[in-house]
Design a protein around this ligand. Structure first.
Ligand code: NAD
Ligand code: MG
Length: 398
């Protein structure tokens, strides 16, 4: 196969759950896909282990203190891989010639700069980092349009909608679609009342019944903030107002989302809960690629159930809809307050019910302002982090 058919891929967040799934799919297609750039946050040893297996041209660690250990480890392994450190290096690699495709799988707002850079540089962008869309969705979509980037969402719900819409851009489908329905597993605490949530632990919250994911998104799934972030994500990706985005709890996690058209047709995408399907769609689109995921045997799975989300017990979903409605800086504030709250919860410093409380208080304290520029959004993000950190400290104080 000629070298030009080989798609060079930067996997940002390579050591995480999505990164690992992406590398699994890449390794299945040595003639078509190649991991040319691997980037991670702090864990140099885990990144080195991936470099030994995938032999990328470049490896980058976000932690600036990790540079020497990465460089020496690569040299000791006899690899030609070049070592880089710092967020700017990751952003430069995402935009540079070392890759044609970028898997944006860094967790949180930390992924924004590299995702934006890949969009501006016109890459094929497999977008898992939903926080960057929540924080700066309009700018990111505009950057992709102007840069000629093709965004394929690899959040399973949005990937499902992308497939149902046949990959057409929003301009072509807006008039055809009546509404989008995002499915939600309901997380590990589905069916519990608010009172029954007061004492849940981080270990219980990250034990997701259907998906194996990183700790932050697992907690987001338990609070339903994940679905709230996904509503905002869908708004930007598919140009849909919040009023035309519905959420349906579906505990089996086999129907990944649905699109209802104006003629009464509803299309859904179904499959086993394994992110490699969405990633293979991203790498191969408009063709299909083997992903390692088996087919769905509905006979063995039996019933598919659906129920309405309980926003009294899980207010984060309501807060996200409100932030989308308020617009401007509100989604950035919501996202930043949530990142602080989830991290405080995972550290055992605040209780589970304090997550929505902290997000709601931060949104109330910092009303939405117009979000005219990236700087305005970054400022809103920073202010929300300060405010939420103060609130978390107050909650932790004896
Ligand atoms: P994870 O915690 O398993 O992995 C996160 C990755 O990001 C790691 O490689 C880590 O080293 C890296 N990272 C963290 N901070 C960084 C920083 N400051 N700079 C550079 N790299 C940094 O998380 P995950 O579950 O793989 O999720 C990644 C993203 O994908 C999140 O935005 C999440 O919402 C989204 N997503 C995940 C899933 C899933 O099934 N896991 C599904 C849909 C969307
Ligand atoms: Mg999802």
């Amino acid at each position: 196969m000629p070298a030009s058919d080989l798609q060079s891929v930067a996997v940002l967040g390579a050591t995480g759950s999505i990164g690992t799934s992406a590398l699994d799919v890449i390794a299945r297609h040595p003639g078509r896909l190649r991991a040319s750039v691997l980037a991670a946050g702090r864990n140099v040893d885990a990144l080195l282990a991936l470099c030994r297996t995938h032999r990328p041209d470049h490896a980058a660690i976000a932690d600036p203190d990790g540079h020497a250990a990465l460089r020496d480890g690569l040299a000791a392994a006899g690899l030609p891989t070049r070592a880089h450190a710092g967020m700017d290096a990751i952003t430069d690699l995402a935009a540079g010639n070392a890759c044609q495709t970028v898997v944006a799988a860094i967790v949180g707002a930390a992924g924004l700069d590299s995702t934006l850079a890949a969009a501006r540089a016109g890459k094929r962008l497999l977008l898992a980092n939903k926080e960057s869309l929540v924080l700066a969705g309009e700018l990111l979509v505009a950057a992709a349009r102007d840069g000629g980037a093709c965004i394929v969402p690899v959040d399973s719900e949005h990937n499902a909608i992308f497939q149902c819409l046949d990959g057409r851009g929003s301009a072509n489908h807006a008039e055809d679609v009546r509404r989008i329905v995002l499915t939600a597993s309901g997380g590990p605490f589905r069916g519990r009342s608010r009172e029954q949530l007061a004492d849940v632990t981080p270990a219980q919250a990250i034990a997701h019944p259907k998906w194996s994911m990183g700790p932050k998104i697992s907690v987001d799934s338990a609070t339903l903030m994940n679905k709230g972030l996904e509503v905002i994500e869908a708004h930007h990706l598919f140009d849909m107002p919040g009023a035309r985005i519905d959420v349906l709890v579906h505990p089996q996690s086999l129907v990944h989302s649905l699109v209802e058209f104006i003629d009464g047709s509803t299309l859904a995408q179904l499959g086993l809960p394994d992110m490699r399907t969405a990633l293979a769609v991203g790498f191969g689109w408009p063709r299909r690629m083997e992903s390692g995921v088996g087919g769905l045997d509905l006979l063995t799975h039996g019933r598919l159930e659906f129920e309405a989300p309980d926003t009294a017990a899980f207010p984060c979903l309501r807060l996200a809809f409100e932030a989308l409605e308020a617009g401007g800086t509100a989604p950035a504030t919501l996202n930043a307050a949530n990142e602080v709250a989830v991290s405080s919860f995972l550290q055992g410093r605040i209780g589970f019910l304090s997550i929505p409380a902290l997000v709601e208080d931060t949104l109330a304290a910092l009303p939405a302002a117009p979000a005219s520029s990236l700087d305005a959004l970054r400022e809103a993000d920073a202010r929300a982090r300060d405010r939420a950190t103060q609130l978390a400290t107050r909650l932790t104080a004896p």
